[in-house]
Design a protein around this ligand. Structure first.
Ligand code: FES
Length: 107
């Protein structure tokens, strides 16, 4: 398990454990964060949008083409930042233990 530090949309914070080898979205969805993960991690809904704290964002692999396209699509309705990611596309690993994320707005 890897700890994830979460800032919710209302500014409250919580820490949760995410299973290594699994998408970050699943841990967020299963906790009281408001993340829905409607498409089940298929990069097709944008409901798992998060802002990654900048130092951590730099440690992640770049967005895939599909992720980029979905972020551009939701960016027409909500604020998408350079640190925006779809949490279903972030596979947890030991190097991400302690990652800090803010739950992003969704369309
Ligand atoms: S869960 Fe649908 S895009 Fe991530």
């Amino acid at each position: 398990m890897a700890e994830v530090r979460v800032t919710n949309r209302d500014g409250s914070g919580l820490a949760l454990d995410a299973a290594e080898g699994r998408p970050l979205m699943e841990a967020l969805r299963d906790a009281p964060t408001g993340v829905e993960g409607t498409c089940g991690g298929e990069c097709a809904c944008g409901t798992c949008h998060v802002y990654i704290d900048a130092p951590w964002a730099a440690k992640l692999p770049p967005r895939s083409e599909d992720e980029q396209m979905m972020l551009e699509a939701i960016g027409e309705l909500v604020e998408v930042r350079p640190t925006s990611r779809l949490s279903c596309q972030i596979r947890m690993n030991p190097e991400l233990a302690g990652i800090a994320v803010e739950i992003g707005p969704v369309p």
